[in-house]
Design a protein around this ligand. Structure first.
Ligand SMILES: Nc1ncnc2c1ncn2[C@@H]1O[C@H](COP(=O)(O)OP(=O)(O)OP(=O)(O)O)[C@@H](O)[C@H]1O
Length: 414
């Protein structure tokens, strides 16, 4: 008989451990295969443990053969290394937490088929954020109910749960307090025949790309094609840009400009920076802090600044929560606030790296709608990097990296 498989929608509370504790101690017959058993976790926190072990003890468990540092692997390569290692030992049950995040289409398909074949022998618990990630073998969903849990047939749950698609931000995008004092060229970023090599291996080959003021770009490419490498060149974080034709906001890289000269022009968001913002700051102060380029607010803001931040909170429907501690907000609200924080000065470029990873369907839709609004109503150029196809995201330009034996080549697709 095929094992039973269940899924759980990720929410702030209850915690993963509470669900697992319930599952492994429950007397419900549907959960009998998990009782008093030990599971293996395929999750980002497991990956973080291996990264920590590598940093502290030089332990290369996941990369025995190559002895490559996990942090130098692309996010897709890192995840694959973890899965390959953990799946070697036959666990009593498998816990997978958003397993497809950061994987490209091919790697998602490969992993899905591996998990489906494993699911014929091993019970699976899948924690998910997006419903279209749920594996086809899953029959049940475990849901919280006041201080306990209940099991529901998955199909029944999916039929009930329709997401509303009429989410909209009605107010116009708030304007910046003042116009920038600096002059920028029309072309904000320009790369001319740029190459990047790591360990004698060509990663990027003859990349030519120009981003002009106000344009809305999506950067796409399979795992390991060099998207992050390209992004680090653009934000001044990659020394490989020196000596090449990399022009950032009017300056050739390496012509005396500081990293700050580059970064002050960029509003940046990626989910891995969420952990930086864990101080005791109100939602309002978090938005204002975008004017001061600090994490949290340490200076008394002017009335003008406070009013502007309130307009941003009004736009995302959070004005009534302005005094709530940012840390207590939902994941979606936190991200919307960080986008407002990044946009409050209307930087020339806003860069969003896998921004919807970990959000549920409704949160992702809200986030995408806000990005669309920013692209439409501001002069900021938007660069969006992701594997996940978001149907409501409508960039006007696309830059696609494609593997070739001589390193990835870039193609502009309009
Ligand atoms: N510091 C480094 N040392 C050695 N190799 C590196 C380093 N940084 C990146 N690489 C390699 O360069 C290639 C491109 O990596 P990069 O992270 O830019 O890809 P990516 O397109 O962002 O991938 P993903 O979608 O999986 O995140 C990968 O093969 C990676 O292993």
């Amino acid at each position: 008989m095929e094992p039973k498989h269940i899924c759980i929608q990720i929410t702030k509370q209850p915690a993963t451990e509470d669900y697992i504790k319930h599952i492994t101690t429950s007397n419900n017959p549907i959960l009998s295969e998990f009782k008093n058993k030990q599971g293996t976790f395929l999750s980002n926190s497991t990956l973080d443990e291996f990264i920590k072990d590598e940093l502290l003890h030089d332990n290369f468990t996941l990369t025995q053969d190559s002895k490559r540092k996990l942090l130098t692997l692309s996010s897709g390569e890192r995840k694959k290394a973890l899965f390959d290692y953990l799946l070697k030992s036959k666990p009593q049950f498998l816990v997978i937490v958003n397993p497809f995040d950061s994987l490209d289409v091919k790697n998602v398909a490969d992993l899905k088929s591996r998990l489906l074949s494993l699911s014929q022998d091993i019970p699976v618990i899948q924690f998910f954020s997006r419903k279209d990630d749920i594996l086809h073998c899953i029959q049940y969903i475990l849901r919280p109910d006041s201080d306990t849990f209940f099991i529901q047939n998955l199909l029944e749950y999916l039929n009930q749960e329709q997401i509303t698609r009429d989410i909209d931000f009605k107010h116009p995008l708030p304007k910046p307090i003042s116009k920038p004092t600096y002059h920028l060229p029309k072309t904000l970023i320009e790369l001319k025949k740029v190459n990047v090599t790591y360990n004698d291996k060509l990663i990027l080959k003859d990349i030519c790309w120009a981003i002009n003021q106000g344009e809305f770009w999506e950067l796409k490419g399979a795992n390991g094609t060099g998207k992050s490498t390209l992004v680090t060149m653009m934000i001044g974080d990659n020394p490989k840009a020196y000596g090449q034709d990399v022009y950032l906001f009017g300056n050739k890289r390496g012509s005396g400009e500081t990293v700050w000269d580059i970064k002050r022009h960029i509003g940046y968001f990626t989910p891995s920076m969420m952990h930086l913002f864990n101080g005791q700051h109100s939602a309002l102060n978090m938005v204002i802090s975008g004017l001061k380029d600090s994490i949290g607010l340490y200076q008394i803001p002017t009335d003008l600044e406070v009013n502007l931040a309130k307009q941003w909170l009004e736009l995302i429907g959070l004005n009534t929560l302005k005094h709530i501690n940012y840390y207590e907000l939902s994941e979606t609200d936190k991200r919307l606030i960080l986008i407002c924080r990044a946009m409050i000065k209307h930087p020339p470029l806003i860069l969003l790296d896998e921004p919807t990873v970990g959000l549920d369907d409704k949160g992702a839709l809200l986030f995408i709608k806000l990005v669309q609004k920013i692209a439409k109503e501001s002069n900021s150029a938007v660069l969006y990097v992701s594997h996940k196809t978001e149907p409501d995201l409508k960039p006007t330009h696309m830059f696609q990296l494609e593997h070739s034996i001589q390193g990835s080549v870039g193609k502009v697709k309009n």
